[in-house]
Design a protein around this ligand. Structure first.
Ligand SMILES: NC(=O)C1=CN([C@@H]2O[C@H](COP(=O)(O)OP(=O)(O)OC[C@H]3O[C@@H](n4cnc5c(N)ncnc54)[C@H](O)[C@@H]3O)[C@@H](O)[C@H]2O)C=CC1
Ligand SMILES: O=C(O)[C@@H]1CCC=N1
Length: 284
């Protein structure tokens, strides 16, 4: 699908780096077809060394050279980088933003021209090709653009297509931010293992593998999580004793509140962007 399309990555931090890694390791893109930019040479050097991709600190160079441009910079500087590169953006290029909370409408109001715009919410697991990604298309992006974007993010995990309006913030709160919740849970489970006598390393390996195994069971069987939970809880056994404690501690409510808080923060970021971008304000 990507064939020899040139992919430009603006921003090579957590996500930009993870995407480059996943694209190359999956074979979806060849190093010679990737050019990336970052404000920091320190960020670019290891990427150039590891992946032999073209690197530059000049974003405009990336936009000029690429057919598909992925903006992988912080939401707070999206406006200034979009403005910086705007003159070189046109309908010949597919523009993908992965910035949390930045609505397509904000980008369209800032750039004030017809562009093939796609908004994507991936997560950091793209680095190990197990990303969870949602894709929403702007007014001038067509089905081929969506297919191209899905080809990129399916090469580094699983992607779904959604209508952006009100769902992308929820996805940012759930799967975009979700790896952080799981890392915290694994860290706590490892502490628990240490508390009941395991070495830190054994506890961490066992806790991580338990999460991986549970996730694979869910995805490969398609069974409901409640059904799978019941398959673990022996009558009068250990799992139900642990689950009772989790219920008493309000685990479900806490997780629901966490996703809601992250979703609301994404909305706040978006509302601020729309206001600032509409006033042409590009500094955070
Ligand atoms: N970290 C995550 O798990 C996820 C992040 N995102 C989104 O991805 C975007 C990037 O996030 P991260 O990679 O975590 O941030 P990061 O801070 O790790 O990377 C951002 C990169 O942009 C570079 N940069 C700063 N100013 C620049 C400029 N003017 N031109 C070019 N590069 C510049 C920085 O040097 C840095 O390497 C954000 O919009 C975030 O909302 C989306 C999903 C998940
Ligand atoms: O925390 C953030 O804003 C970014 C977006 C989703 C995950 N990390």
């Amino acid at each position: 699908m990507l064939n020899n399309k040139k992919i430009g990555m603006i921003g090579t931090g957590n996500m930009g780096n993870a995407l480059i890694d996943g694209l190359i390791r999956s074979g979806a893109a060849q190093p010679e077809n990737i050019i990336c930019s970052d404000a920091s040479e320190r960020q670019l050097e290891p990427i150039k060394e590891k992946y032999q991709v073209a690197t530059t600190t000049n974003n405009i160079e990336v936009v000029k050279a690429a057919d598909i441009i992925i903006y992988a910079i912080k939401p707070q500087i999206m406006a200034s980088v979009l403005k910086e590169t705007a003159d070189y953006l046109d309908m010949s290029k597919l523009i993908i933003s992965i910035a949390a909370g930045v609505p397509l409408a904000a980008i369209e109001s800032l750039l004030e021209k017809d562009l093939r715009l796609i908004r994507v919410m991936p997560n950091v697991a793209v680095a190990v090709r197990e990303g969870a990604t949602a894709i929403a298309a702007g007014g001038h992006a067509d089905q081929d653009d969506v297919k191209l974007t899905m080809a990129i993010f399916d090469s580094v995990g699983k992607s779904i297509f959604i209508k952006e309006n009100y769902l992308m913030d929820a996805i940012t709160g759930l799967s975009g931010s979700g790896p952080a919740y799981i890392f915290m849970i694994v860290d706590a489970l490892a502490d628990a293992g240490v508390k009941v006598g395991l070495s830190r390393n054994d506890a961490l390996v066992l806790a991580s593998q338990t999460i991986l195994g549970a996730a694979k069971l869910l995805l490969e069987t398609g069974d409901h999580p409640g059904q799978l939970k019941d398959s673990v809880t022996s009558p009068g056994g250990t799992a139900i004793a642990g689950l009772h404690t989790l219920e008493k501690g309000g685990l479900r409510t806490t997780l629901i509140n966490a996703v809601e808080a992250a979703t609301n923060r994404s909305r706040e970021l978006g509302d601020a962007m729309i206001k600032n971008f509409a006033n042409g304000q590009t500094q955070p």
